[in-house]
Design a protein around this ligand. Structure first.
Ligand SMILES: Cc1ncc(COP(=O)(O)O)c(C=O)c1O
Length: 373
């Protein structure tokens, strides 16, 4: 079996803490502990926590908070994980065996794609089409899902495009899964990070029996350092996933579990999501203005959610070469379209403090002007 490295994360691992301007991250500027925990008594309680193992599937208090977000679920439907990354890993491990078919929406955060390829699964892609504003290619979905399909993997809102599926597209995915009895693996980490509305992106939860919802505090909540995510699914499947969790991380860190419970309180959660949307809504016009200042070098279908955009550029240079030059010549990191199988695109983040964002974009602009001649 061949191993396919996760090329995007590998490049980020190497450079994100080295460059002067990191515009590769897909979440917003992170929250500090001080910003999250305001009550002095609560801070005292945190300092008293023994640094023990925690409840390995997540504490009942945290699972209660999570299940409150998914109507009809209970804490027994929830597994707390070390981020959506670990959730995706154990989901693939649990649901698929070598030779099984996986239908996957592309472009995509390529973790599930690369993992499934490395583990010998058969991958059948279906695409969001840029020329149609990143709408889902329904005909291709119908073809990609066969009698042998075990799992349909989607990322909604989508990384890297920020596209949000319409109701009709969600229904088509559910119908395709139902037709063959496949599981839907729905990575919803950007739900709550909407740019144009305060309406949270609808979940696949409750639309079909065989779904696994992945969510995390890393993106819409601005808390990636907690390394805390979750899966919501039927209790039987939840237990199968939990058995794999014990082989990977045993359980989530005790401090992260406690801080997550604070972040998800009904009086705290909306303020965090508004903070995230604030970064996204302040950052996007800065990015748009910068794109416009380069004439017709760029074209963009604006993202509906997330703090990233997937820009097409019209210059005679490969995207990985361009990004490598940016790292070495301008000390800026962004993500090349090659990492999503779409050259001549760049993924650029904008959920950052405006001065930092402007300075990073200005550096990218220097190289773009040079290449454009
Ligand atoms: C779509 C998607 N899923 C999962 C992850 C992993 O996130 P984490 O493990 O920080 O929750 C990311 C990170 O960029 C992502 O973009």
């Amino acid at each position: 079996m061949s191993f396919y490295p996760f090329v995007m994360e590998a490049m980020m691992s190497q450079w994100e803490k080295v460059v002067e301007y990191n515009l590769s991250e897909s979440g917003v500027y992170p929250i500090s502990i001080r910003e999250l925990v305001k009550d002095p008594q609560e801070i005292d309680e945190l300092l008293e926590i023994g640094l023990d193992y925690s409840q390995t599937n997540g504490t009942p208090q945290l699972r209660e908070r999570i299940s409150a977000l998914y109507p009809g679920s209970t804490p027994d439907h929830v597994l707390v994980t070390a981020g959506a990354a670990q959730a995706n890993f154990i989901a693939v491990w649990t649901l698929l065996e070598p030779g099984d078919e996986l239908a996957i929406m592309l472009p995509n955060y390529m973790q599930i794609w690369g993992l499934a390829k490395s583990l010998g699964m058969v991958i059948r892609p279906f695409h969001l089409r840029e020329e149609q504003g990143w709408a889902l290619d329904l005909a291709e979905l119908a073809e990609a899902v066969t009698k042998r399909t075990k799992v349909i993997a989607v990322c909604n809102p989508n990384n890297p495009t920020g596209y949000i599926l319409t109701e009709a597209e969600m229904e088509a995915i559910v119908a395709a899964a139902d037709r063959v009895g496949a599981w839907i693996l729905a990575d919803e980490v950007y739900a709550g990070a909407e740019r144009l509305t305060d309406q949270e992106t609808p979940s696949f939860w409750g639309r079909y029996d065989k779904v696994l919802i992945q969510q995390s505090l890393s993106k819409a909540y601005g808390l990636p350092g907690l390394r805390l995510g979750w899966i919501v699914t039927q209790p039987g499947m939840r237990d199968e996933l939990w058995r794999r969790q014990e082989y990977t991380i045993i359980g989530p860190p005790i401090l992260s579990d406690r801080l997550a419970e604070i972040a998800l309180r009904p009086e705290v959660r909306p303020t965090i999501l508004q903070r995230t949307r604030g970064y996204i809504r302040r950052g996007f016009p800065v990015l748009q203005e910068w794109l416009d200042s380069h004439g017709d070098a760029f074209s963009l279908v604006p993202p509906q959610a997330s703090a990233i955009c997937f820009v097409r550029y019209h210059l005679p240079i490969n995207s990985t070469t361009l990004v490598e030059r940016l790292i070495h010549e301008q000390s800026v990191l962004i993500v090349p379209g090659d990492h999503f199988g779409l050259d001549h695109h760049l993924r650029i983040s904008f959920g950052l403090p405006p001065d930092y964002l402007r300075a990073g974009l200005e550096r990218i602009g220097r190289l773009i002007r040079q290449i454009a001649g």
